[in-house]
Design a protein around this ligand. Structure first.
Ligand code: XMP
Length: 321
């Protein structure tokens, strides 16, 4: 891997901000750039850096791919507008679900999301706006896992030999590619972001599709979305790196009201980690786990079993897909 990591201990956030703003301005020149905001820490930091560098020549889009958490598209757009950055919300839900239809293999699903995001949606937005480049918040860990063949992170292109100008018609600029999460958070803080934004638990680019085992359909996403809302409410304030709910593909025999109910299984994961490279399951209080199981089985239609992952990464990974 030819990119050199900047370790959090060696990072001077103010100097980094100045360097990156200069570099973004140079790369974009007099043109416009489009920016992919997902609401996660990485893309939010990229947005603020690029807004500082380009002002209104930066066109920021939030793509509603139908795979986000409850109320997330509106909340993300509002949070950025509150910081003075204009954001356009693009409804691409049907396009993503059409691309995912019939696909169960994790890497096929990731590929479908990558193609829809870069080729279909951003290809169109770049063409329509007359921009020449796309900014995105890829970080060092994303590159590392993809190059190692563990998971193809949806946002890795050049490191896989993809010439984005030939494939999609635009250049990709990745100001955070030498940082890991801790460094990104430090830059967010130095940019004056609210703490809730720079300390937000990570959320993957493929969004809830990374948490549905098997085919991704609107119904299955709705189920994992409802379970995610319960887990996030119950674990808010817990000292953990990331927590999530996963919808399994297999059904199991359960019972409800004295009758057989052949229903769905949800797995909860909660991780202690520094930088997502390795992680250990958080030792959550048992009562908290029981409360989540009771809520998920009563609030999420059709779920009859809730489990907690007690495996470390490796050999597990943080997301399921
Ligand atoms: P894994 O599941 O590989 O996740 O242990 C490591 C960290 O990366 C996040 N993640 C992703 N982020 N695009 C992203 O932007 C992706 O395709 C992706 N897959 C996983 C995950 O949430 C965790 O923080």
């Amino acid at each position: 891997m030819s990119i050199t990591e900047i370790k959090a201990s060696d990072l001077d956030p103010q100097a980094f901000i100045e360097d990156q703003c200069r570099s973004i301005a140079e790369q974009v020149g007099d043109a416009k750039a489009v920016n992919a905001l997902s609401g996660g820490v990485d893309s939010s930091v990229t947005t603020l850096l690029a807004h500082r560098a380009l002002g209104e020549r930066l066109l920021t889009y939030f793509i509603d791919n139908g795979l986000m958490r409850q109320g997330e598209p509106e909340a993300v757009v509002k949070a950025m507008r509150d910081l003075g950055v204009p954001v356009t919300l693009v409804d691409a839900r049907d396009e993503f679900f059409a691309a995912l239809r019939g696909k169960s293999d994790p890497e096929d699903k990731r590929q479908a999301i990558t193609d829809t995001f870069y080729k279909a949606v951003f290809g169109r937005l770049v063409r329509e706006s007359g921009a020449s480049s796309l900014l995105q918040g890829t970080i060092y860990t994303d590159v590392e896992e993809t190059v190692a063949g563990i998971k193809r992170q949806h946002n890795i292109l050049a490191q896989l030999g993809i010439d984005t100008e030939a494939a999609y018609g635009y250049k990709v600029i990745e100001p955070l590619i030498r940082l890991r999460k801790t460094g990104v958070r430090a830059v967010g803080r130095a940019l004056g972001m609210p703490e809730a934004m720079y300390n937000r638990p990570p959320f993957p680019g493929p969004a809830l599709a990374a948490r549905v085992i098997g085919e991704v359909t609107p119904e299955r996403i709705e189920r994992v979305r409802a379970a995610t809302a319960v887990v996030e409410q119950e674990l808010a304030g817990v000292d953990a790196f990331q927590y999530l709910a996963i919808l399994h593909e297999d059904r199991v025999t359960g019972m409800r009201d004295g009758r057989r109910d052949y229903g769905w299984q949800v797995e909860i994961r909660c991780w202690d980690s520094e930088d997502a490279v390795t992680a250990a399951p958080t030792r959550l209080p048992f009562d908290r786990l029981v409360t989540m199981a009771q809520r998920i089985t009563s609030e999420v239609p059709g779920v009859v079993s809730v489990t907690y992952n007690i495996t470390a990464k490796p050999p597990s990974t943080i997301e399921a897909v």
